[in-house]
Design a protein around this ligand. Structure first.
Ligand SMILES: *[C@@H]1O[C@H](CO)[C@@H](O)[C@H](O)[C@H]1NC(C)=O
Ligand SMILES: *[C@@H]1O[C@H](CO)[C@@H](O)[C@H](O)[C@H]1NC(C)=O
Length: 268
């Protein structure tokens, strides 16, 4: 407790008194066993798959929050929060350029067991589409932290309409976020020629992802999509080219016109 307090005080000093050279001195006495950065706080080490499994098992067998805390932060661990830390991208210097979504749920962050929280970071390249999907167990709030995305989801309105299922959409840019309600089919599209990056939060530690591409993209069996692209979460203009003919016209038009505007070559 005392060491935590002094670490917090050091941090406070470092923030409030920029002129004091004493404030930035590492508190080496409070941290013994783990790797530390020059500022004195432990540095992150990714958990191995075996460590993840073991932590999951131990946490599920720990009935109270206090029990869980003893599993996550055993005595003499150097005051490290490593078991509740997660690096979404291994090398932040080179973010994924094509398109990918990295999820931090109880599969990758066992420390989330006992909470209703998960998170994701997504990279969507120029004219890229995060294909229609839904999260069966969680609401999502997605915030664009770089570039621009169009976010959209289909409404429920069961039995209240004839014909197309109504959709709501929004252009998201400059740290603007939007709710994607639990169980609703949704997608995001990058309508620009620049990379877009989002950060998303879920109110479940096991929100899941259900690809609706199979039914959404085609009346044919989903082995068309799987065979050509391995059940993709993301489509760029190049991948879309391979699926021309089985993707609904609005998506083809959307990606094609963007690709044309950005000078990305497709076969059309
Ligand atoms: C993470 O949890 C495991 C299991 O309790 C423990 O052995 C390990 O020391 C913990 N790591 C840290 C840095 O606290
Ligand atoms: C977003 O922020 C950038 C950088 O500040 C600015 O140039 C741009 O006009 C903003 N766009 C919108 C739509 O507000």
């Amino acid at each position: 407790m005392n060491s935590l307090l002094s670490t917090a005080l050091m941090a406070l000093l470092a923030i409030t008194s920029t002129a004091s050279p004493v404030a930035s001195k590492p508190s080496s006495s409070t941290i013994s066993t783990s790797t530390t950065s020059s500022s004195g706080a432990p540095t992150y080490t990714p958990l191995t798959p075996a460590q993840i499994k073991s932590l999951q098992t131990q946490l599920l067998l720990a009935p109270s929050y206090k029990d869980k805390e003893q599993v996550l932060f055993p005595p003499n661990n150097g005051g490290s929060a490593n078991n509740v830390t997660f690096q979404f991208v291994n090398n932040p210097g080179t973010s994924p350029q094509d398109g990918s979504v990295i999820v931090g749920s109880l599969d990758s962050i066992p420390g989330l067991i006992g909470t209703n929280v998960a998170a994701a970071i997504g990279f969507i390249g120029p004219c890229g589409l995060n294909v229609p999907h839904l999260h069966p167990r969680g609401n999502e709030f997605l915030t664009v932290v770089q570039g621009t995305l169009i976010g959209a989801f289909l409404l429920e309105l069961d039995g209240q309409f004839n014909g197309d299922i109504p959709q709501v959409a929004m252009t998201l840019t400059n740290y603007t976020g939007m709710l994607f309600p639990q169980g609703h089919t949704h997608w995001q599209f990058n309508p620009t020629c620049e990379q877009a990056v989002f950060s998303a939060a879920f109110d479940s530690n096991d929100e899941g992802r259900f690809q609706v591409a199979q039914t959404f993209f085609s009346s044919r069996p989903d082995n068309v999509l799987t065979a050509s692209l391995g059940n993709p979460t993301f489509l760029g203009p190049a991948q879309l080219d391979q699926l021309r003919g089985i993707i609904p016209a609005p998506f083809v038009v959307m990606v094609d016109s963007c690709a044309k505007a950005c000078g990305i070559s497709t076969s059309s």
